[in-house]
Design a protein around this ligand. Structure first.
Ligand code: HEC
Length: 117
């Protein structure tokens, strides 16, 4: 319970400070990505249907996601204590819950057909 209160406090600080902060959450060895997500991430990242994230295509890979988690990014806090197998597990979970980018072709095709009308 105490842990949850502290996490909530950290969330408030992170949200209001507007700069990168460090979160001292430490996963239990062998935790799955989903377990880590439910403990450390769900307060800020709410699932929307079957997806949670919308990551720009150039960052939608395990390495880039692991870097964001380790180092933070603007409002996103850094999680320096998530490392090794747990960092891989949470990064893979994030990627699995990432909404794939919309194919831009659709819009272009629509615009083109509007012009010829
Ligand atoms: C205090 C709130 C907060 C917590 C806790 C938090 N995040 Fe974030 N996260 C954010 C915000 C806000 C962003 C938006 C991007 C930014 O500010 O750069 C973000 C961005 C991200 C991104 C990049 C998305 C993109 O489109 O570039 C990833 C990946 C991510 N978070 C993963 C996680 C994971 C995994 C955890 C748990 C270990 C976590 N976050 C915990 C607030 C949080």
């Amino acid at each position: 319970m105490k842990r949850l209160t502290m996490l909530t406090a950290a969330t408030v600080i992170a949200t209001t400070a507007g700069c990168s902060v460090s979160n001292d959450y430490t996963p239990v060895a062998g935790n799955t990505g989903e377990e880590i997500f439910s403990s450390a991430c769900i307060d800020c990242h709410t699932p929307d249907g079957s997806y949670i994230f919308e990551i720009s295509p150039e960052k939608a890979n395990v390495e880039a996601i692991a870097t964001i988690i380790s180092k933070g990014e603007m409002v996103m806090p850094a999680f320096p204590n998530i490392q090794g197998a747990e960092l891989t597990a949470i990064s893979e979970f994030v990627l699995a819950k990432n909404r794939p980018a919309e194919p831009e072709e659709d819009e272009a095709t629509e615009a083109a057909s509007e012009k010829t009308d």
